[in-house]
Design a protein around this ligand. Structure first.
Ligand code: NAI
Ligand code: MG
Length: 362
């Protein structure tokens, strides 16, 4: 079988981290995985080449690929480019055109890094939870979205939270499907006590769970109480499914449970294709282009490597390979090999490519 991957390294540390992922793809191919990789430009590097944050040609290739691996975009060099061509516009265009409505943000705390968490070791050691954020609806896109001048020295800002049944159904299904491959538990978070969208969210998730996933345990939390529980006892969760705004906030909180930004992968998935059942998908680290360390071989490539592991797991059902890659990362951390961002006393500090080599050899 041929598996096509579009690599969009982007700017700053994006290309440095992507180079380590390419080493791992070469190892997988040597074992017969059959990945065909193409390379494209996104963000500032695309602007420099084409005057747009992603070219139409690369958009076509993204739509045709089985999966997209995305590095990071942005940097001071492009702070003054026209708004439509700003680096983030490339990522937003990809999310929109690939219709990536489901954003998966795992929060995994490797035992070797438990001290780096903002919480006590015993609360986070071995933590493995998944926050599933709805990515294309809600208050980020609802209309009206306006600021009007009221004429008396006052202005009025309006954002509108809108969710339709189908949007809640499809994100709920992704949550239940993921839970089936994990510990079989979904926690849905909304604020039905003050928001109509929360009432509908609760109703639809409950129905989808009852009718389609009776074997998955479902509970509900108000999103504020859920945020509290996330820092009080995070290991109680398996999959948390929530809307765009709450998911944005809760996943950033969860990130701090695990230590460094340089460790965190993410996946954004679309709807399954009616004919093939395949979902469009984009995998990217949570971190940005880190201009403060870019070009110096200092970046931690693990977030990008863990994004490849998610890609193997979710786009290609290569579960054994994904597990092996995640175990390799854990083994390298256990051995005390660290990039600067996760350095600890008694450990050995290495650069980006040495970290990639260590993972490759593990
Ligand atoms: P950032 O994530 O790039 O960096 C924040 C801090 O974490 C920096 O001190 C950086 O050195 C460190 N860091 C991040 N990733 C690291 C890694 N892999 N290894 C070691 N250290 C790491 O966020 P910041 O500074 O707010 O934004 C920098 C640029 O990145 C901006 O232009 C921003 O717009 C862009 N950005 C892009 C994102 C994307 O492409 N999805 C996401 C977030 C920011
Ligand atoms: Mg955020």
């Amino acid at each position: 079988t041929t598996r096509t991957l579009l690599l969009l390294p982007g700017d700053g540390i994006g290309p440095e981290a992507m180079a380590e992922v390419e080493k791992l793809i070469a190892i997988l191919n040597a074992a017969g995985a059959g990945f065909e990789t193409e390379r494209g430009l996104v963000g500032g590097s695309a602007y420099d080449a084409h005057g747009a944050a992603i070219s139409e040609d690369d958009m076509k290739r993204a739509l045709a690929a089985d999966a997209v691996l995305f590095g990071a975009v942005g940097g001071p060099k492009w702070d003054t480019v026209p708004y439509e061509a700003r680096p983030e516009a490339g990522l937003l265009r990809l999310r929109k055109d690939l219709e990536l409505f489901a954003n998966l943000r795992p929060a995994i705390c490797y035992p070797a890094l438990a001290e780096a968490s903002s919480l006590k070791r015993e609360l986070v050691e071995g933590l493995d939870i998944l926050i599933l954020r709805e990515l294309t609806g809600g208050v980020y896109f609802g209309e009206p979205k306006t600021i009007t001048d009221l004429g008396n020295g006052q202005k009025r800002a309006i954002d509108t939270q809108v969710y339709d049944t189908y949007e809640i159904e499809r994100i709920a299904r992704v949550g239940f499907e993921l839970a089936k491959t994990r510990r079989g538990k979904v926690t849905s978070m909304e604020k039905r006590n003050v928001m109509k969208s929360g009432v509908l969210w609760n109703e639809v998730v409950t129905r989808v769970g009852r009718e389609e996933y009776p074997d998955v345990a479902l509970d509900h939390m108000l999103a504020d109480a859920g945020g509290m529980q996330l820092v009080r006892a995070p290991k109680q969760f398996d999959v948390i499914v929530t809307d765009n705004l709450f998911g944005d906030m809760l996943s950033d909180v969860a990130a701090m449970l695990t230590g460094s930004l340089g460790m965190l992968p993410s996946a954004s998935l679309g709807a399954p294709d009616a004919a093939t059942g395949k979902r469009r998908a984009l995998y990217e680290p949570v971190h940005g282009s880190a201009p403060d360390i870019a070009g110096r071989g200092l970046a931690n490539p693990i977030a990008m490597v863990a994004s490849l592991a998610m890609c193997l797991r979710y786009s290609f059902a290569m579960i054994a390979e994904a597990d092996a890659l995640e175990r390799a990362v854990a083994a390298v951390l256990d051995s005390g090999t660290r990039t600067g961002d996760i350095m600890a006393p008694g450990c050995r500090q290495v650069g980006t490519s040495e970290m990639g080599d260590a993972i490759a050899s593990a």
